[in-house]
Design a protein around this ligand. Structure first.
Ligand SMILES: C[S@@+](CC[C@H](N)C(=O)[O-])C[C@H]1O[C@@H](n2cnc3c(N)ncnc32)[C@H](O)[C@@H]1O
Length: 268
């Protein structure tokens, strides 16, 4: 085994890896990964399924650079958006303070409240008419923290308000096609992802290796793999009734091998 391989085999992501993962090149990766048409289609899906009237108050967590927050605000919702990445929150605020013709605009009726914060520490009580967790972010938290997050979401919602999850990391999506290594050419950025499935923990440890302008940078991540039934049970225990499970933005039924899972739930 080469020295590099040996290192790869003994390096694990820390439990709180996401506190330091989301800056610089990983944000570029996310910006490049999601085309504008996808953001628009996701926003339309959210509008269709959040069941909110104009002026309703909605929580976007984690919000990244606000790509969906801005879309929903432009469609008449009052959005509070939380993310742990200082760079992404700064970017979102800068977009918002730009001229009205830009994505965020500066029209006061479409302003989003951007908060630099941790999804593990949501403390609002019964104030939101809807909430969503998009962008494959649901798998960052291990079991106990995820349950705590879901309870906090349920508390933050008004009774009957909906919570919608999008994730590509449900067991039924990831495990059938699990690959230990993949390479992605993203214009000026080349990405190699090395992944291990740790069966005893049901998690995937990943090493993201970025190459750009002759420089190489590596980041470690850990994502927790839950089956759909586990997620459903966690939601139910937290006080969120599952209404629908979809396998695409076009509302195809979710099945083994579906790339994405959309769960629409409702606070009791
Ligand atoms: C893949 S991005 C998705 C962002 C957004 N949901 C979207 O769809 O564009 C994941 C985001 O989760 C944020 N994040 C990770 N852990 C977090 C935490 N504990 N609290 C708040 N945000 C977190 C990261 O900073 C990053 O912006």
């Amino acid at each position: 085994m080469s020295y590099t391989n040996l290192l790869y085999h003994i390096v694990y992501a820390t439990k709180d890896w996401f506190e330091t993962f989301f800056h610089g090149v990983t944000l570029d990766l996310w910006r490049k990964a999601i085309p504008l048409e996808q953001t628009t289609a996701e926003a339309e899906f959210l509008i269709d399924h959040l069941n909110c009237d104009a002026g309703a108050r909605v929580l976007d967590v984690p919000c990244g650079n606000g790509r969906l927050s801005f879309e929903l605000a432009q469609r008449g919702l009052r959005v509070t958006a939380v993310d742990i990445s200082e760079e992404f929150i700064a970017e979102a605020r800068a977009i918002q303070s730009g001229p009205p013709a830009t994505a965020g605009g500066s029209d006061s009726s479409t302003r989003v409240e951007f908060i630099l914060g941790d999804m593990r520490h949501i403390e609002d009580q019964g104030i939101y008419d809807g909430a969503y967790c998009f962008g494959n972010s649901f798998a960052f938290l291990e079991h106990a923290e995820l349950e705590k997050f879901l309870r906090a979401i349920a508390r933050a919602l008004k009774p009957g308000a909906r919570f919608i999850i999008e994730t590509g990391m449900a067991a039924e999506s990831v495990l059938p096609d699990f690959e230990e290594q993949s390479s992605h050419d993203m214009g000026d950025l080349a990405l190699t992802i090395k992944e291990r499935y740790l069966a005893a923990e049901s998690c995937i440890d990943s090493e993201y290796i970025f190459e750009r302008d002759g420089q190489t940078e590596s980041r470690l991540a850990r994502e927790w793999i839950y089956t759909v039934a586990e997620i459903r049970r966690m939601l139910e225990r937290a006080g969120l009734s599952v209404l629908d499970l979809y396998g695409s933005l076009k509302c195809k039924p979710y099945k083994l091998g579906s790339r994405e899972l959309f769960i629409v739930s409702e606070a009791r």
